[in-house]
Design a protein around this ligand. Structure first.
Ligand code: ATP
Length: 146
């Protein structure tokens, strides 16, 4: 099965740089499935869970927004934040979820609702990706530890 290079980069670091068979990612235009030799494309990335199929198995990456570029030799995701599922701290995400839910429930006059909703969405995505990654045996750990 053919592969293409996937690079997921944040302002801090390179999260993943690896040959993959398929990437599924939420863009401004909807969910996009990317196979090797996909047409060149640039798109915005929405908060979501990227599904990545690679020779070592299938795994998940949470991105909280960014930009996607597909070129003949690679797929690049420039993300605001990105974590592979197995590197997510579920306790931290759970605490963030509770905090956001509490803020939204209290509805104090100075609450920035959009900000709280976005924080809640990030936390839920992280909890979901951590669980999904665990279910598939966290293949990215094997890849990144090589
Ligand atoms: P928190 O309130 O827990 O900081 P947040 O949603 O405000 O959560 P972000 O601003 O999205 O956090 O991210 C800040 C940094 O922390 C990023 O580098 C991100 O990858 C990392 N990060 C956030 N939550 C987690 C988590 N649960 N596990 C691992 N890394 C995380």
């Amino acid at each position: 099965m053919s592969t293409t290079l996937l690079e997921v980069v944040t302002p801090d670091r390179v999260v993943v740089s690896h040959e993959v068979n398929m990437v599924s990612i939420l863009t401004g235009g909807g969910e996009l499935g990317i196979l090797p030799r996909h047409a060149e494309l640039a798109a915005t990335v929405k908060p979501g869970i990227m599904r990545v199929k690679m020779p070592e198995g299938e795994d998940y990456i949470v991105v909280t927004g960014g930009f996607l570029e597909i070129r003949p030799d690679r797929v690049t995701v420039l993300a605001e934040t990105a974590e592979i599922g197995s590197r997510i701290d579920p306790d931290r995400a759970e605490a963030a979820r509770r905090r956001a839910e509490q803020r939204l429930a209290e509805r104090r006059a100075d609450l920035n609702v959009r900000r709280a909703e976005f924080a809640l969405q990030r936390a839920i995505l992280r909890l979901e990706a951590a669980e999904l990654s665990k279910q598939v045996g966290t293949p990215f750990e094997r890849v990144l530890n090589k």
